[in-house]
Design a protein around this ligand. Structure first.
Ligand SMILES: [Zn+2]
Length: 75
């Protein structure tokens, strides 16, 4: 059974190795997504030490991930 992935935006089947969804152009590996995911993880950890700064990082991460999700090029 081959590994099958489904696009997070349009739900179509995509290859594991593909960079962007061939159906809608959504790119889960985009720079903004990676930055946002990093900010989320970093902010989450930092929130335990310094909540105001950590929550700001989490907020930035959500905006970046959400932005990459919304702004990824559509066909
Ligand atoms: Zn798609």
């Amino acid at each position: 059974m081959k590994p099958v992935y489904f696009c997070r935006r349009c739900g179509e089947e995509i290859s594991r190795t593909t960079e962007a969804c061939p159906h809608c152009g959504y790119n889960p590996g985009s720079v903004a997504w990676r930055f946002g995911a990093g900010a989320l993880i970093f902010g989450g950890a930092l929130a335990l030490v310094s909540p105001p700064v950590g929550l700001l990082g989490v907020f930035v991460g959500i905006v970046a991930v959400g932005g990459s999700y919304v702004l990824s090029p559509a066909e």
